[in-house]
Design a protein around this ligand. Structure first.
Ligand SMILES: NC(=O)c1ccc[n+]([C@@H]2O[C@H](COP(=O)([O-])OP(=O)(O)OC[C@H]3O[C@@H](n4cnc5c(N)ncnc54)[C@H](OP(=O)(O)O)[C@@H]3O)[C@@H](O)[C@H]2O)c1
Length: 205
């Protein structure tokens, strides 16, 4: 699959490396695609990895993953325009104030701006764990939600390929729960002193 990653920072970089290892082709977007940093990221990711503008990345991709700072995102997505046929993974966490035209969670806002088949995922764990989500021999849970069943199946598959156990939480109206779960992860990791070597797991009897 050709996956366009909007943002080649921490989240984008680990997604790109993980999915390239799993056999997918990735393109990262950057405001400076030719920078030494982005070229080094492409090289570290693998021979098929590319870097381009947001427009290049959208044109390249079968599906999109959003891995950008929230402050920049509404403007970038509004400029990108509607993309009703695209599957879009929203891995962002919005810790600041919602935009004035917000319709709910960050994921619902992204769906509103783009019309894409949005699946909230990859936001409830430190991005470095995308490359190895196994903790004490147990696969971390990847909580996902979205309104399009086929899109969720594909995103779930991408999470499984990295080694996660997928937990489908329901429709996109549940994204607020995943966004709050991310707040809990950050609070545990940074504020409560547990550190970043932690993950959530749904246990079942
Ligand atoms: N870090 C984690 O462990 C983690 C885990 C889960 C979710 N998240 C969430 O995922 C999102 C990304 O986090 P991150 O840690 O990957 O952030 P980051 O390392 O700061 O990367 C952010 C990316 O956004 C791009 N960007 C920033 N301003 C932009 C603008 N005005 N126009 C276009 N691109 C812009 C930057 O690209 P250029 O500068 O190259 O243009 C950069 O690659 C955040 O919402 C975060 O809360 C983070």
């Amino acid at each position: 699959m050709k996956i366009g990653i909007l943002g080649g920072g921490t989240v984008g970089g680990y997604m790109g490396k993980g999915w390239t290892r799993a056999g997918h082709e990735v393109m990262y977007s950057s405001r400076e695609p030719n920078s030494a940093k982005m070229q080094a990221l492409a090289q570290e990711t693998g021979a098929t990895a590319q870097v381009g503008s947001v427009a290049d990345t959208l044109a390249f991709s079968d599906m999109i993953a959003v891995a950008m700072a929230w402050d920049a995102l509404p403007a970038v997505l509004k400029q990108a325009g509607k993309m009703p046929h695209k599957i879009l993974i929203d891995a962002t966490n919005r810790f600041g104030t919602p935009p004035p035209d917000s319709v709910g969670s960050a994921a619902q806002d992204i769906a509103h701006f783009t019309g894409a088949k949005v699946v909230k995922a990859f936001n409830t764990i430190g991005a470095e764990h995308y490359l190895n989500p196994v903790f004490a021999e147990q696969a971390a849970s990847m909580f996902i939600c979205g309104d399009d069943a086929d899109a969720k199946t594909i995103v779930g598959q991408l999470a499984q390929e990295l080694g996660f156990e997928v937990v489908d939480v329901g429709g996109l109206n549940q994204a607020v729960l995943l966004e709050n779960l991310a707040r809990l992860w950050v609070t545990l990791a940074m504020g409560a002193g547990y550190g970043r070597e932690i993950a959530f797991k749904l246990l079942r009897r």
